[in-house]
Structures are given as structure tokens and as C-alpha cells.
Design a protein around this ligand. Sequence first.
Ligand SMILES: Nc1ncnc2c1ncn2[C@@H]1O[C@H](COP(=O)(O)OP(=O)(O)OP(=O)(O)O)[C@@H](O)[C@H]1O
Ligand SMILES: [Mg+2]
Length: 311
Amino acid sequence: MSHRMALETRALTRSFRPRRSPERTALDGIDLALPTGGIHGLLGPNGAGKTTLCRIVSTVLLPSSGTALVLGRDVVDQAQQVRRSLAVVFGGERGLYTRISARDNLLFWGAMVGLGRRASALRADAALEAVGLADRARDRVEAFSRGMQQRLRLARGLIGDAEVLLLDEPTVGMDPVSAHGFRDLVRQLRDEGRTVLLTTHDMAEAQAVCDTLTFLDHGRIIAAGTPRSITEAVRTVRVTVADAAPEHRPLLQARGFETRDDGTATRSAVRGEVADHVRALTDAGMVQVSVVAPTVEDAYLSLIGERRTGP
Ligand SMILES: Nc1ncnc2c1ncn2[C@@H]1O[C@H](COP(=O)(O)OP(=O)(O)OP(=O)(O)O)[C@@H](O)[C@H]1O
Ligand SMILES: [Mg+2]
């Protein structure tokens, strides 16, 4: 059965009441509609509710109220079908058998998700190839580095041929080259028609791979859109100068630039003021003046930062 929405939530709420502590609302009325065949980023500070949302979607945690549908199926009433359509990779989780080889872990997992021996072996080898671990397939997992273990977890997620991948901080602990390879793999999975829900604190990663972004804070959605629409909504851009001579300093400082001894200067400016700054600097003889569009990190800082630095 095909469905247009990979994940839909309506007024999804989850509270916790730890012993001898007041009740805490981890998710507070989340409405999401994430289409199939995209990479959807979930961003927000520690404690925002991202993992809680992933746990509800993966059916290991019940909502307090509201609904969540994966490919049109309810995570509570149709939990078993939902589980079959999902692969979950939580960063930093254990979940691997360290005394046996990488390949044996995958064969075991293949059996767990109901594959026969032949199919398990084929899928295990394909998954090991996909995550770049084919040459270490027979090594015991205890000899793997953290990033290699993380890649093996992703391979495990690929065994069952899931339509929806839930990745909660999957590149934590990976070196830059591995993380880069991992992103290529995620894009490839999307291009095969799968849907990826990706939680990350790495803003460059979010910008590089996500088709949509949802920002969470204190259990609520505070912004959502494409990386482009989110960054275009940032009101400020950065103006930088690379060839500021000592005699330019007074002008730069009067215009609110931070100047450095290496001849660079920078300030953030609201979009409407940029042309005036650029004209003034170039009129004064500076040539290497550039305007840098906001990044997802800038958007994050302005969205979350504004909420943190209130009166
Ligand atoms: N089992 C639990 N018992 C009590 N409180 C919990 C439990 N799980 C989560 N919480 C609380 O719910 C809130 C959201 O936590 P969650 O783990 O979803 O955040 P997160 O966005 O994943 O953060 P991080 O970026 O640090 O991973 C936090 O205030 C957390 O303390
Ligand atoms: Mg988390």
C-alpha cells in the first residue's frame, strides 16, 4: 500500500512524571506532515523532544494524547505493521553483539526481521557494502571503532528493506570522511524512494542533506520548511571585508564592523541595510567585500537564540 505521507502527527503530546519531580511535557501538540521520499531533518536543543518523538514513531513509547501515523498506519493501533515498515538507528546505543562478527550480527538481525538464510546473507553483504564495511565483515564488532559500530547499526537498519528510516544522531562519533560517505548513502536511500527522518545537531549536515527541516524547542514546533525557506526567513546576512587597511578602520568601526588585525572585518546586517554598507565600503576603496547568505546554523541560532536571550 502506498501512502503520500510517511509521517503524520496530530496534536501529539507526551508527558513524563519522574518520581518525586513535577510532570514534564516532552512533546506539546506536535502537528507534522512529512511526505514520502524525502530526507526530513529534526533539529533542536538538548531536551527539545526529538528522541521522544522518534521513540513514539518507532512504537517503543506511547503518546499521552494525539495521534501519529506512519505511512497511514497508527503507531498505537497498528504498531506491528508500523514496525515492519521502519528501521531505527539510534546514535550511541548499544544494540550490537560485540563478541561476534559484523556479518553475523546482520545475519542474526535478518532472522529477527523474518528473512530466510539466503535472503539474510544477500542483504547482509549488500548492507555491509553500502556502509563501507565489506572488508571488515568477518571481524568481531568489539574490534570496531565507534564510527564503524555506528555504520554497522545503519547496515542493520538496511537489512529489512524498510520504507522509512528513523535516524537519531546517526553520525555522532563518525570522522568527517565517514560522515560524508554516510550522507551520500542517506541520499541514495532517499533516491530509491525511501523516507528518512534524521535528527542531528550538525547544522552543516542538515543543510547538506535535508529536504525539509523541523525545529523543535520545549516540545513544540517553532519553525518548519525547506532549508531554503528557513534560511531566507533569517533577517540578517553577514557582510565581510577581506582587504581592510588600517586607514579603513574608523569607517568600519563607525559602521559597526568588528575589525581584526589580519585585515578582515565583519558584521551581520539586516537585509535592507546591506547595499548601503557595501556602497560605503567600496567607495572608501575596499574591494573584497562580500555578502554571505545565512546558513541553517544562522537560522538555528536566530530561532533558538532569540528564545534563550529573552529579558
Ligand atoms: N523516560 C523519561 N523519563 C522522564 N523524562 C524524560 C524521559 N525521556 C525523556 N524525558 C524528558 O523529555 C524531554 C525531551 O527529551 P528528549 O530525549 O526527547 O530530548 P532530545 O530533543 O532528544 O534531546 P537531545 O538533543 O539531548 O538528544 C527532556 O526534558 C527529558 O528530560
Ligand atoms: Mg535525543
